[in-house]
Write a protein that binds this ligand. Structure first.
Ligand code: COI
Length: 360
């Protein structure tokens, strides 16, 4: 099985593409093609295609529209100095996509087909990958959803896989200067046994009201906690994992379970020792974060994600508290890890673990 390729007859004019790549923002523009595949319970995966981007036509009764049976991924393509196009740890996304599918009772999209879909889409959209030396990249967004028209509550007997591509600059404008997080104790994101560790649209739909609350409080994004009010445990932020640096040289991040197992999070835990930091995954009670920022025991906080890369957190606020992190500016450990990660991704620093996958 492999993908058939149909090239668009109406590509975006080169001048318009250049204009978009000069200031892509995040998620505002789409390239000219998409990769798609269809699944049925009887036939399995078929109709593997890379074809011109076009709207889906769907029956109003399809499962995804009623019960949100949907998953997604996010990964980036980088142009290296030798003009090759490379993906960062796409095997991690392929594996997580399969795990998310399992949790949402969708059919697993085989990891080898996932990688092939990414490769073929990147090849056909090569001109959309921003130049080397630019911090921008081409973001790939695979999705899978229930496509059977049926109103009973059971898993769909048909599913659609699709990947679109979108040139991506910074997720937060001015993000490297640092952002503020609002710690919500009103809304929770996930519970033990729920879908918190799956990358499904519903987790993000449920987060939008909390994100609005954060913005009303003058913050850039929400930080979730779980557990009883008197002993809140940190979870993750709206679109990224959270990482603390302690005065004693530890890189501490919440353990897996109800949070998204982020690719950037995993990469930072792996790189930490090279920066003289001891990686620690454990429960972090909210009072430890607040008191630690006040006492200076916590010297840096940052967020990590594919879209957000590493975004410094310079202040946190919540019900009845407001704290500045460190000196209220991005800290050296976060910035050094950011440079390291971006250096590997853009091909400017050694990649001893073979994290990059050369597409072409
Ligand atoms: C990513 O970082 O790739 C994500 O999927 C976060 C997002 C929902 C923008």
């Amino acid at each position: 099985m492999s993908f058939s390729i149909t090239t668009t007859t109406a590509p975006t004019p080169a001048a318009r593409r250049a204009e978009i790549l000069a200031d892509p923002g995040f998620g505002r523009f789409f390239t000219d093609h998409m990769a798609t595949a269809e699944w049925t319970v009887d036939e399995g995966w078929q109709e593997l295609r890379v074809r011109p981007l076009e709207p889906f036509s769907m029956h109003p009764g399809v499962g995804v529209l009623h019960y949100g049976q949907e998953i997604f991924e996010g990964l980036k393509t980088y142009r290296h100095a030798d003009d090759s196009l490379q993906l960062f740890r796409p095997d991690m996304n392929a594996a997580r996509f399969a795990r998310s599918a399992r949790r949402l009772a969708l059919p697993e999209f085989p990891p080898e087909l996932f990688l092939e879909a990414m490769d073929e889409l990147v090849r056909i959209e090569a001109d959309w990958v921003p130049p080397h030396g630019d911090e921008a990249s081409l973001y790939l967004r695979p999705i899978e959803f229930a496509s059977e028209a049926f109103l009973g509550v059971r898993s769909s007997r048909t599913a659609t896989f699709c990947t679109v591509a979108s040139p991506a600059g910074a997720y937060f404008t001015g993000g490297v200067r640092g952002i503020r997080l609002w710690v919500t104790t009103k809304y929770t994101r996930a519970a033990v046994g729920g879908t918190g560790d799956a990358k499904c649209g519903g987790n993000y739909a449920g987060s939008l009201l909390a994100q609005t609350e954060a913005q009303e409080q003058g913050c850039d994004q929400v930080l979730y906690t779980s557990g009883p009010p008197e002993r809140r445990i940190l979870e993750e932020a709206g679109t990224m994992n959270i990482v603390l640096i302690t005065r004693s040289g530890k890189l501490v991040t919440p353990g897996l379970g109800t949070i998204l197992p982020g690719v950037t999070r995993d990469s930072l835990l792996t790189l930490a020792p090279e920066h003289g930091l001891v990686p620690v995954e454990r429960e972090i009670p909210l009072p430890e974060l607040v008191d630690g920022c006040r006492s200076g025991e916590i010297v840096e906080v940052f967020a990590a994600g594919t879209a957000a890369v590493i975004t410094p957190i310079i202040a946190l606020a919540g019900d009845g508290f407001e704290v500045t992190v460190g000196a209220g500016e991005p800290g050296p450990a976060g910035l050094a890890l950011r440079e390291h990660l971006l250096g590997i991704q853009h091909g400017d620093l050694p990649d001893p673990r073979g994290w990059m996958r050369r597409v072409c």
